[in-house]
Design a protein around this ligand. Structure first.
Ligand code: ADP
Length: 294
């Protein structure tokens, strides 16, 4: 892991993260991506800047980002890596869904935006993320893997203004498989775990390799409690894929030009992809070393 970080991380830039943060936040509020969104009741405060201060990578845990289209498996692989590395898995989609479930002041507008497959405004997302990072800081968390953030260039600029990202993993999968995977997604309404009932078997075509993925089925006690996300319908997923290409693909280029991106084409389901991902991250012997040290 250290070798990967040394190879891919850039040295810290300035120490004036607080002023950067304030500047980026105010310009972000002015150019929020979905201008139709109502103003957010959330505010940003100086604690957030403390939370996101720049630390030397050797004094903290990894700060990674997972990019990729809806359905690619960001959540699955990010959460496995988080367990392995002992860092929190912070998925902005989960933060949005928690806000929706809380029936707070924003939940009605957020429901509409999410169910149309649109992006929530940069301002709201950054506010939700800041609150999550502050709560983590209070619990002594160090490092993170961000999943689903940044999704716009503005979000990437704000993040860059406040902290260093060591590595960005860009997960890739054929588009037809993405759609099938989104439509097969299920969540246990009781334990909140994610599963997938899709059994994928696609032939090689147009230069894309053939691929098979077994369903990721729940244990029997979750089976009767499975629900489908309201934004996982064919129309909404198609719109989310379109928005990803328009707004989020430029974020890949943002990190590519900074030499931080690791491109990873998923070769299949978890059994085929997980060992290959660990290898690409130079983490293939990490699990063994961890258990040997325990
Ligand atoms: P996906 O499976 O499409 O990656 P997520 O669970 O990450 O979905 O996000 C669900 C929804 O939450 C998105 O469609 C979007 O409306 C909202 N959302 C999540 N993260 C962001 C973000 N960084 N910026 C704007 N909207 C976001």
């Amino acid at each position: 892991m250290a070798a990967t970080l040394t190879r891919l991380s850039k040295p810290s830039s300035s120490s004036s993260s607080l002023s950067h943060f304030r500047r980026f936040i105010s310009s972000s509020a002015a150019t929020a991506s979905e201008t139709t969104n109502p103003p957010s009741p959330f505010t940003f405060n100086s604690n957030t800047a403390t939370t996101l201060s720049r630390k030397d990578p050797k004094d903290r845990n990894v700060q990674w980002v997972f990019l990729g289209c809806p359905g690619v498996g960001k959540g699955t692989y990010a959460s496995r890596l988080c367990t392995l590395l002992g860092v929190p898995h912070i998925a902005t989609g989960d933060l949005v869904r928690e806000e929706l479930a809380s029936s707070g002041p924003l939940s009605h507008q957020l429901t509409e935006i999410v169910n149309q497959g649109k992006l929530v405004s940069d301002e709201i997302i950054i506010s939700l993320l800041s609150k999550r990072l502050e709560a983590g800081e209070a619990k002594g968390e160090s490092g993170f893997i961000l999943d689903g953030f940044p999704r716009t260039i503005r979000q990437a600029e704000i993040l860059e203004g406040v902290t260093d990202i060591d590595l960005v993993v860009n997960l890739k999968l054929r588009k037809d498989v993405l759609l099938e995977k989104c439509l097969g997604r299920r969540i246990c309404s009781e334990c909140g775990k994610n599963f997938n009932v899709a059994s994928i078997n696609v032939k090689a075509e147009n230069g894309n390799p053939g691929m098979s993925m077994a369903p990721l089925l729940p244990p029997s006690h979750c089976m009767s409690k499975l629900v489908t996300r309201s934004d996982d319908t064919e129309t909404v997923v198609t719109e989310r894929l379109r928005i990803y290409n328009e707004k989020s693909q430029p974020v890949e280029e943002f990190y590519r030009s900074r030499g931080k991106i690791l491109e990873f084409d998923l070769p299949g389901g978890i059994p085929a992809s997980w060992p290959k991902l660990l290898e690409a991250l130079n983490l293939d012997d990490y699990e063994e070393k961890q258990s040997a040290a325990a």
